[in-house]
Design a protein around this ligand. Structure first.
Ligand SMILES: Nc1ncnc2c1ncn2[C@@H]1O[C@H](COP(=O)(O)OP(=O)(O)OP(=O)(O)O)[C@@H](O)[C@H]1O
Ligand SMILES: [Mg+2]
Length: 231
């Protein structure tokens, strides 16, 4: 579904991604791990077109999207839950969700499907974004991405800064999305949670992929965990 081939991405003169190759097959949950500053967000920004790579290619459903503008990449079926859960603070939960709505013809994610999946959001639907807890804001951010019915969901550290109980809830939500065959590229620093939900994992360090395998093969490589994940 998604094939990233040897991309090199810069911020101005800063050379960040130094030949990143990865793929997500349809229905897979793939996790991208790595320390702060490894280049995880930059990888997602390259895919969604905010910071396109200087060289290398990105294919989505066999279509070259490398240099498409980000709105067209989104319309092609890629949704992003950005790091730091950027929801609109002065809009209500419902308004935040409706902004991203797309006609579904009764299939896929609409407001009622999102409320069914995350009942907490329906209870809070008239509350403004800035009245929500961090966990609730994260759920709005995820719900908003789902409302665009993406074929592939990119998620950037959805559990960052959240209490263990909420992390557990987000993990459960991810497992439910996985059971629904939602394809996900998940950036995480929470290794336990990543290994629980992922079909495959990549580990990044200094703009390169340094490990690729299954959760079990990563568990069998404590030196990778120690060297690149700080465990
Ligand atoms: N807008 C920018 N301009 C210049 N350099 C940047 C910019 N954004 C990020 N960088 C640099 O690019 C490198 C990779 O950053 P990136 O945000 O992709 O890391 P990350 O793996 O997502 O880290 P974190 O886990 O902290 O979110 C870092 O060295 C960072 O300082
Ligand atoms: Mg990041």
């Amino acid at each position: 579904m998604l094939q990233v081939n040897g991309i090199h991405t810069y911020y101005g003169d800063s050379y960040i991604l130094q030949g990143v190759t990865l793929r997500v097959n349809a229905g897979e949950v793939v996790c991208l791990l790595g320390r702060n500053g490894a280049g995880k967000t930059t990888t997602l920004r390259s895919i969604i077109g905010f910071t396109p790579p200087r060289t290398g290619t990105i294919f989505f459903n066999a279509r070259d999207i490398t240099h498409l503008p980000s709105d067209r990449i989104a319309r092609a079926g890629i949704g992003l839950v950005p790091q730091g859960r950027r929801i609109f603070p002065d809009l209500t939960v419902r308004e935040n969700l409706m902004l991203a709505a797309r006609r579904t013809n009764g299939k896929g994610w609409d407001l009622s499907a999102v409320y069914q999946q995350m009942p907490r959001l329906s209870e809070r639907e008239k509350h403004r974004g800035d009245e929500l807890s961090g966990g609730e804001q994260q759920m709005v951010a995820i719900g908003r991405a789902l409302m665009s019915n993406p074929e592939l969901l990119l998620m950037d550290e959805p559990t960052e800064g959240l209490a263990p109980l909420i992390v557990h809830e987000i993990a459960r939500l991810l497992l439910e999305l996985k059971a629904k065959k939602q394809s996900i590229l998940l950036v995480e620093q929470n290794l336990t949670m990543a290994l629980r939900v992922a079909d495959r994992v990549y580990v990044m360090n200094k703009g390169r992929i340094v490990f690729e395998g299954t959760p079990n093969s990563l568990r069998d490589n404590p030196e990778v965990e120690k060297q690149y994940l700080g465990i």
